[in-house]
Design a protein around this ligand. Structure first.
Ligand code: NAG
Ligand code: NAG
Ligand code: NAG
Ligand code: NAG
Ligand code: NAG
Ligand code: NAG
Ligand code: NAG
Length: 515
């Protein structure tokens, strides 16, 4: 499958669609980065997931959706895709619950097949599963095609979090009506940005969903709510805890790369050392490529082998550091880095040469969101971080966004719309039934809720967990702390549903009595 794996590293998909003289956001540091579905060979991948877990069977349907929920302009509707599975549903009359996964920034099939936890627990709850896709991703394209939807800032202007939440609300209300299931409780699920959507949806639409499991949801990574260094500090610590010499080698490598690049034929030499398919144009490209891999490694530092973004061994950072530290005593810093990074980019050993654009900072929907609402300041401070030093510079961020999309960000909008400052006081007084689950190895955990805010706004934190590990399917290799975390989640969700049913039934009997 050499060709298939090579395809993982190519990603030309998005660059086709935005005709503004090839500009793209030039530095990865500018943008918050969630794990992305970067596999071009989508069909093969989906098939593979289905093959692995044949219980992931669903029907694919489309729902005619409002383009703008917040105006009465006569705009064309668009088709929102959703996946549905009713194999285990108790049905409307038994008040069978509806589990809704809040689709995030990618193809909904990828998220559905990577959220095994929901499938695993559906039989126990007798739940109907629905996975509505986020607008402007996958097949849920306004204006009929990706090309039209991504044409310019005007056509992209309906790509917002508020519109996406309204889509979910309108969708599930209509679905319930169609199934005569108006009385059935809805529970929200989501990981990463999807987890943010789940938490925010519970707060904005409390009458539509009774609770939310928000896994690895950095709802506080905005403005100055948390320090901008948290992400890179946590990622760096993940390496340091495995080996301080590994951490130091990586920390020293950035200067070594620049020094090498300044030599005559230096870029050519770096190209050879790192086995790139094409000659490097700049050392920044190499640094970004490495930076991106270390960040993703921290997110997917799972305790057992997994194939979420890349096929990787269990404890992948431990493996990377073993290679970096274990290269021969004569190995140069750059040889060590190459050996280490190969664990991430070439674990299968099937890659002939590396392509740089594994994580293109091109013109995809997430970059648009980062350039409008999702402004998450990121800095890398030289003290604790092994990454190149970088201070968040809003002026240059804004400039990049203008050059790329002709749009100005609104960095204070998220905290105005959803809150964030002093979240403890706010949520304690008006929120309920949200689980914030986090693994402390996940660099995004620093922007999430890590403390219990009330009896029903609960933080489930695992020291050894990474990015939404709890949403993945159970496996025989699951450590006890992960099993315990999932059991706690199940108990809390059961509690929400029972409370809801008791209140519903009390109301029904009260009605009967008053007849
Ligand atoms: C964006 O494209 C649409 C559709 O082609 C067009 O009507 C609109 O004027 C364009 N807007 C801008 C700002 O270029
Ligand atoms: C509900 O039924 C109508 C009529 O068949 C259909 O157009 C609509 O798409 C259905 N809603 C959902 C969410 O499937
Ligand atoms: C270097 O730049 C050229 C021209 O912009 C581009 O075609 C090529 O793909 C770049 N090489 C790499 C490795 O990115
Ligand atoms: C390291 O380099 C020295 C000098 O070039 C050489 O004598 C020695 O054999 C090398 N050691 C290894 C393990 O390659
Ligand atoms: C990937 O690993 C294989 C096996 O170790 C090796 O032959 C190949 O050169 C590696 N590819 C790259 C791009 O380093
Ligand atoms: C921030 O970016 C702006 C615009 O690119 C630049 O003029 C300014 O010097 C930068 N500030 C710092 C502190 O680097
Ligand atoms: C929050 O409360 C739950 C019990 O509902 C407990 O299991 C969990 O450990 C608490 N979380 C933290 C971070 O203390």
């Amino acid at each position: 499958m050499a060709s298939h794996f090579c395809l993982l590293l190519i990603f030309t998909f998005f660059t086709l669609v935005f005709p503004s003289n090839g500009s793209s956001l030039s530095s990865s540091k500018l943008l918050p980065r969630f794990p992305r579905y970067t596999f071009q060979n989508r069909e093969a991948r989906i098939q593979q997931f289905r093959g692995d877990r044949n219980e992931y069977r669903y029907e694919t349907k489309f729902f005619s959706q409002q383009l703008d929920h917040f105006s009465f302009a006569d705009l064309p509707k668009f088709s929102q895709r959703y996946l549905i599975n009713s194999d285990h549903w108790l049905g409307a009359s038994a008040l069978g619950p509806i589990f809704l996964y809040c689709g995030n920034e990618g193809d909904i099939e990828w998220f559905a097949t990577n959220s095994g936890f929901i499938w695993d627990i559906a039989p126990k709850f007798g739940a109907l599963l629905v996975f509505p896709e986020h607008r402007y991703y996958g097949e849920s394209m306004p204006y009929g095609s990706r090309e039209e939807a991504y044409k310019n800032a005007t056509t992209l202007s309906y790509l917002t979090t508020e519109q996406a939440l309204a889509d979910f609300a309108v969708f599930v209300t209509d679905l319930k009506r169609n199934l005569s299931a108006e009385a059935c409780p809805v529970v929200l699920f989501g990981g990463s940005y999807g987890g943010m959507l789940a938490a925010w949806m519970r707060l904005k639409y409390p009458h539509i969903a009774i609770g939310a499991l928000a896994s690895s949801a950095p709802i506080l990574q905005f403005e100055d709510v948390v320090p901008p260094e948290t992400f890179y500090d946590i990622a760096s610590n993940d390496f340091k805890r495995e080996s301080s010499s590994c951490f130091n080698t990586i920390k020293d490598s950035w200067d070594a790369i620049i020094a090498e690049g300044q030599k005559e034929n230096g870029l050519l030499q770096l190209t050879k050392t790192f086995h790139f398919c094409r000659v490097l144009n700049s050392t920044d490209d190499l640094s970004d490529w490495l930076d991106s891999a270390y960040s993703y490694l921290a997110m997917v530092d799972y305790p057992y082998p997994a194939d979420f973004m890349m096929p990787l061994p269990g404890h992948p950072i431990r493996e990377v550091c073993r290679k970096i530290d274990g290269a021969g005593s004569n190995a140069s810093i750059l040889d060590r880095i190459y050996a280490g990074i190969s664990v991430y980019y070439n674990y299968t050993g099937n890659v002939d040469c590396f392509k740089l654009d594994d994580d293109p900072h091109g013109l995809d929907g997430w970059n648009w969101q980062a350039c409008t609402e999702m402004v998450m300041p990121m800095s890398s401070n030289q003290e604790n971080s092994m990454f190149p030093g970088y201070g968040f510079n809003y002026s240059s961020y804004k400039e990049e966004c203008w050059n790329t999309f002709r749009v100005n960000p609104r960095p204070k909008w998220v905290t105005t719309e959803f809150g964030g400052h002093d979240i403890a006081t706010t949520l304690k007084s008006f929120g309920s039934n949200i689980i914030f689950s986090n693994g402390l190895l996940d660099p995004w955990s620093g922007g999430s809720v890590l403390k219990n805010l009330s009896d029903t706004i609960v933080a489930l934190v695992t020291k050894e967990g990474a990015h939404h590990l709890d949403l993945r399917p159970s496996t025989p290799e699951d450590p006890k702390w992960l099993v315990d975390q999932r059991e706690a989640e199940i108990r809390l969700i059961q509690g929400w549903i029972e409370t809801y049913r008791v209140e519903k039934e009390a109301k029904v009997s009260l009605l009967k009595r008053s007849w």
